[in-house]
Ligand binder design. Sequence first.
Ligand SMILES: [Cu+2]
Length: 485
Amino acid sequence: MSVISRRAFLGATALSVLAACTATSGADGPLVLPGDRRIGQVEAGRRVTGRIRPVTLTAMAGQVDLGGPVVTTWTYDGVLPGREIRATAGDVIEARLINRLPTDTSIHWHGVALRNDMDGMPGLTQPPIARGTEFTYRFTAPAPGTYWFHPHTGTQLDRGLYAPLILDDPDEPGRYDTEWVVVLDDWIDGTGSTPDDIFAALRRSAGHRMSMHGTDDAGDRSLGGHAGDVTHPYHLINGRIPTAPVTFTAKPRQRVRIRFINAAADTAFRVALGGHRLTVTHTDGYPITPVDTDALLIGMGERYDVLATLGDGVFPVVALAEGKGAGAFALARTGAGAPPGPESRPPELAGTIAGYPDFESAASVALPAKPPDVVHRLALTGGMMRYDWGIDGRAGDLTTRERIQEGQRVRIEFANTTMMWHPMHVHGHTVQLSGHGPRKDTAIVLPGKTLAGEFDADNPGQWMIHCHNAYHAEAGMTTVLGYHT
Ligand SMILES: [Cu+2]
């Protein structure tokens, strides 16, 4: 942990005061815990429409057809992805989770700045939901956008336990005619190994070999190192392999809003819609000044909303598993014609790829300029050889290491000292990348690089910060951002 007071930060030699200032944290007040009254007070201040959106989810084991291969896995209600939850910002989501898995579970509402006691982190914000029991998550949906949900228990998200959560904007200008939700995944469960087997193998192979990482092709370079730790046999769009794709439909010349969600455990996807340019409108749910691009690179946990004006015919939706020599595939149909094949590689994939430096927050969600009150610099540490991924050289536990106070402007700096990229996810807040950048709750930090951003501490509680590579998080690349009084 490193804490720098505002005065020290504004001084010239921030690094030299790191050690000195950590000592002052002993003077902090007690932590604001999930059960504290303040959590309910902040919830009461959220905008409400008065509508309740009840949902029941049953986490269960069962068989799923990926479009040929039938796998035994864990899902919500037997379908893959789980059924989308759709509500309007200001609605109260009341999600009853029935746990019929052989072990305990939880649900994390990824990207949602919700009340802390509903964040779904077992041992931190709630007890684990034991097998054979149930738990009801009840929270006001605070801001519109494209979100998703998944367990925060072990490697469960690399099974089939995930689904979109779409929060509509009550003030949506509606500049589109139709909408597609495109959920990307890498798949291994039920093909001879479970995600737990894979994690155990990664740990066992530590120090011996590095045979499980991706191939050394062009994709590796875009992520600055090896692209992933695991070779997944399948890559899916909305639960289907490329030879049995889903078909999205619309009419020619319609404007479609596509919501991309990367639900994978270990795979960044490079996505494109053959024959079309994409206009990026939202990053992780938040609007940006629109930017045109041919393709996007989407890390695990990230979401992008794009607009496209559709041509007439059948077009490939391709999500290349970056650096892994494989991909996911779907069809976009607006008219007659023979469908492109599952091996389609439209030229857009090799075109422009808009990235963080190209995006800036829309004025409606941009943070007002203000110097940070506190800076936390998190060194991403560890490596493939020892499989000792961590933060500041520590494997994760649930100790609060990054202390902040309500009302502060907080600056987070992720300094990647490792040889691999990491999609870093902050719970309960959406960070604005520095330099008027986009709002993000999950952002790719390239090897050897530092990525910084700021947020306003307006959601008290205890929150995870972690790598969204499911295997890195399980190894311990996690820390806790905690409010104190
Ligand atoms: Cu990582």
